[in-house]
Design a protein around this ligand. Structure first.
Ligand SMILES: Cc1ncc(COP(=O)(O)O)c(C=O)c1O
Length: 381
């Protein structure tokens, strides 16, 4: 069986309850949701409502109707960025961002719609709130921040940066791709205006799920208009949330799985999952640090990280290490730039990148031992 260590891309396997929930839903209620439809359509719609309630409680939002279902985290980030920014706006972001943030922002900057400041992280991979504060100008409309680096695993001071955004009457978009499900996120407590999250990573739902939370300070333009399963008489998109931003048939089957994934996280406990993953990744980190032939990146303090670790093997390019691990040992890791080229440039690991190991709730000590044994053989070769 594959030793799967690529959970930052998507978690695998999913909990049994997720498979069961999707199977049950597919066989009994997989109708197109509709508020005024037949019984199966209403049952399908009810599941969507339940999912929004679960999310609202999980993230402490201002209301279930403010959670918009998306295809993935990229979709939510694009909806937020393109829906909020106007000509002449200035945006503050960081060099830790994933291409799903960097590319839409850079495209808007290249088209001269916005100006952009990319605040660098320090050598441990943390962005300093004061640097964000200093980057704000009278034109700044939005701060976009990844909650944890998908290369280094470093968790950013999101609550502090959200507070700075409020003080300056700037909107705050948090990319929770690497934290939703392992680090508590408090929308109301921190003052988050926009939260993009994937359903398929640490929330343990299937691929094809994600969401965007839209707070009450935000006016988003919809970029996907169409049917809403309700009021069809209006010539334009109904203004009522969530339908305003949710044209088209939603991924109800995936969302049924996502609800089961979130319930799994709630039952096992987010802190318990996080602690277990961190213990395992720190065992690997320690092992790598104690040996010659490896370079390890990221913050030394486990309290500042999620269970994602980047390293290099001195003697071998990252892509070859990953290919050997896959082909000879059936171990799945991810080499390269991880869609985050700016932080690799800052680390000096561009363009080759690093080997990234990322853990999920079903990884075991045995997985780490299997990886370490394989790495021993690779460096000895
Ligand atoms: C920090 C970060 N943001 C955004 C994304 C995009 O997420 P998705 O694959 O759900 O589109 C990722 C994916 O790995 C990520 O790590």
């Amino acid at each position: 069986m594959t030793t799967y260590l690529d959970n930052a891309a998507t978690t695998f396997p999913k909990p049994e309850s997720v498979y069961r929930a999707m199977d049950e839903f597919a066989r009994t209620r997989l109708a197109n949701p509709g508020r005024a439809g037949h019984r199966l359509a209403v049952a399908s719609e009810r599941m969507l409502d339940e999912a929004r309630h679960v999310l609202n409680q999980f993230f402490n939002g201002e209301g279930p109707e403010r959670f918009i279902f998306t295809l993935n985290c990229t979709d939510g980030l694009n909806m937020a960025i393109k829906g909020v920014l106007r000509e002449g706006d200035h945006v503050v972001t960081t060099n830790l961002e994933h291409n799903s943030v960097s590319r839409p922002l850079q495209a808007l900057a290249d088209a001269k719609v916005i100006t952009l400041t990319r605040v660098p992280a320090d050598s441990s991979g943390t962005v300093h709130p004061d640097d964000i504060r200093r980057a704000i100008t009278s034109k700044t409309r939005l701060i976009v921040l990844t909650h944890a680096s998908n290369v280094l695993g470093t968790v950013q001071p999101a609550a502090e940066i959200a507070r700075i955004a409020r003080e300056h009457e700037v909107l705050f978009l948090l990319d929770a791709a690497q934290t939703a499900g392992v680090i508590p996120i408090d929308i109301r407590g921190w003052g988050i205006d926009l939260l993009a999250f994937p359903g398929h990573k640490s929330l343990l739902g299937p691929t094809g799920t994600g969401g965007l939370y839209v707070g009450s300070r935000v006016q988003l333009r919809p970029w996907r208009e169409g049917g809403t399963g309700g009021d069809s008489s209006s010539p334009t998109q109904p203004r009522e949330m969530p339908y305003y931003l949710e044209g088209g048939t939603p991924n109800v089957l995936g969302i049924a799985g996502l609800v089961a994934g979130i319930r799994f996280v709630q039952e096992r406990g987010l802190e318990t999952i996080h602690r277990q993953e961190l213990q395992l990744v720190d065992r690997l980190r320690q092992w790598l640090l104690e040996r010659d032939g490896f370079e390890v990146y990221g913050h030394g303090d486990p309290d500042r990280r999620v269970a994602t670790l980047s390293f290099r093997v001195h003697a071998w390019p990252a892509s070859e290490v990953a290919a050997i691990l896959d082909a000879s040992f059936d171990i799945a890791v991810r080499p390269g730039l991880h869609c985050a080229p700016y932080i690799h440039k800052a680390l000096g690991t561009f363009p080759e990148g690093t080997v990234r190991v990322s853990l999920g709730p079903f990884n075991t000590e045995q997985d780490i031992e299997t990886l370490c044994a394989a790495l021993s053989q690779i460096v000895a070769a």
